[in-house]
Design a protein around this ligand. Structure first.
Ligand code: CA
Length: 227
């Protein structure tokens, strides 16, 4: 999943970036509101973290733009501890959560996970797909209790992303943007994503048939799940 971090304190930005990258998030950084505003209007993010105290921009205006151009993104506002009014305004404007500074990175991560579970209607972090189990916390796949070996980080990211957006067809460009962070061009993206899906299928097929992973001709891919 991709995250846009908008924060002018460079040390904090670096800390968040390193921590989130280590937790398999793809990060983009903006140190000012003007650049963030452009990115929000152009790209689609899974998470947007917005410092409300930006030197060049009204943080709440940036939040409004995020809600408008990135309606599916989870928005978390970062505020000074004393700024109660801003937090309330932010939540009223549709922020999904807030953190007051200083905050622990572990708290940031657990809030991001909690919102993700809520938003995608997951009761547990292990999801059954036929005889396969996908463990979103430990980032592993098993088949009838047998661990599936050889799944790479990016392959797992692809499966997890489709699983969160279950029963919905995702285009190759969408998968590319949210997992690799760039949409190069349609042909390139298609081949790239197709190659990854082919590898995933091959690895899963060594155990059982992943009939829940569907190729939607001319559109993209989806994971089908009934419950
Ligand atoms: Ca600031």
């Amino acid at each position: 999943m991709n995250v846009l971090i908008v924060e002018d304190e460079k040390a904090l930005t670096t800390e968040m970036e390193l921590f989130l990258q280590a937790n398999n998030f793809l990060c983009e950084i903006c140190y000012n509101g003007a650049t963030a505003s452009e990115k929000i209007a152009t790209n689609l993010y899974d998470f947007i973290l917005i410092d409300l105290g930006l030197p060049d921009y009204e943080g709440l205006d940036l939040l409004k733009e995020a809600k408008k151009y990135n309606p599916e993104a989870t928005c978390i506002i970062l505020t000074a501890r004393a700024a109660v009014d801003d937090r309330i305004k932010g939540l009223d404007l549709g922020a999904d959560d807030y953190l007051s500074k200083p905050f622990s990175l572990l708290e940031l991560q657990s809030r991001m996970q909690a919102i993700t579970r809520r938003k995608f209607g997951l009761k547990h972090s292990v999801v059954a797909l036929g005889d396969f189990n996908i463990d979103l916390t430990n980032r592993s796949i098993s088949y009838k209790d047998l661990p599936v070996s050889g799944i790479t980080k990016k392959e797992f990211d692809l499966v997890a992303y489709m699983l969160l957006h279950k029963n919905r067809t995702l285009t190759r460009s969408q998968l590319s943007e949210h997992i690799w962070g760039s949409v190069v061009n349609d042909d390139y993206d298609s081949n790239y994503i197709d190659a990854h899906i082919k590898n995933i299928r091959k690895k899963l097929n060594a155990y059982g048939t992943p009939d829940w992973l569907e190729t939607v001709r001319g559109l993209g891919y989806r994971i089908n799940i009934n419950s």
